[in-house]
Design a protein around this ligand. Sequence first.
Ligand SMILES: Cc1ncc(COP(=O)(O)O)c(C=O)c1O
Length: 414
Amino acid sequence: MTSTSTSTREITDVPFARENGMLTVGGVPLDLLAERVGATPFFAYDRDLLTQRVRAVRGALPAGIELSYAVKANPMPALLHHMSTLVDGLDVASCGELRKALDTTVPARRISFAGPGKTTPELRQAVAAGVTLELESQGELRRIRAVSRDLGVPARVAVRVNPDFAVRGSGMRLGGGPQQFGVDAEQVPALLAEIGSAGDVEFLGFHIFAGSQNLEVESICAAQRATVDLVAALADAAPGPVRYLNLGGGFGIPYADRDKPLDLGAIGENLADLMQDTITRRLPEARVVIELGRYLVGEAGVYVTRVVDRKQSRGRTYLVVDGGLHHQLAATGNLGRAIRRNYPIAVASSAGPETETVNVVGRLCTPLDVLADKADLPPAEIGDLIVLFQAGAYGLTASPTAFLGHPDPPEVLV
Ligand SMILES: Cc1ncc(COP(=O)(O)O)c(C=O)c1O
């Protein structure tokens, strides 16, 4: 991977090379790609970077651990298809994602469906498809059992456990304490007893997903150890052998200069120890899965905008671009961040060294639409392309695209 020397403050290294000064994605200079796409703004995802990232994760994971892609991070069909050829399984969070996942070559038994509030019609689709349903509550179990009886197809179920520990360092916590996600660990034995005595669904195992966007290796490793211990203890109450153990993931990516990339090697070693010490001994039949979204795709994508206006206001320079928070909400700091920090950003045609301090803002009529606050960028004029990095995960589909009625941006896989 090559790194650009994009510019200064709050800009991390990014894996996109420059050719004759112009940033490239998938080897295509961005000015040419913009012509090919026919419009700005747009999202571009780099196929080779996706492949390299999956290869790096697989290289670090011990043998016997499967890799699942969490479709919610980026469900763009071409990207999903590419990912489906690289990973072992897919995780979905809705029937929309389920349909897209079933369109790939990943077999249904390698697709898991997690998330609170699955409705009965959605459960019918999932049971009919034969995917693994990750149980979020006793009520959901009851509805799944009714669906199974009605269809004459036993649902394949795993219990999503809300653990009795929280994971330090997660940008977004989805486990520990009271939660809408999963079944509290102390309630799981009773649920397992119901699954066993009813006999109308097929018990596969457990899923624990306790947090997202974690950059602290030690806390990820500690969570994995605690997860395995918890599952090993719960397995005593299970109605059959544990054949599926989904350890979650939560691997984070750097968004600002102070963020350090994860040390995958250390996570892999921890998992190797766990496989050797506990999993093969206490859960010998378990298919062990790590489930990642952001880490696999986040750094492979860019959001490309064009400068529409350049203006001064009381000593500050504003670059108004043709995109904004309606496409890339996360970069404006309005998606689950307490403190707004600039995402890596660059002028496509220039890496400096001359810079100026600017605010890059979108075209929505709200002061929230700030893509970069006091960023040091090479001088940019109207018509220049401004590129936001780390846009491969939770970008377009995690943004309020209908807000102010601008057209949806194209997405391309290069
Ligand atoms: C059940 C589940 N799996 C996977 C993910 C993907 O997380 P990430 O993109 O941080 O890897 C999430 C995120 O919220 C999740 O809730």
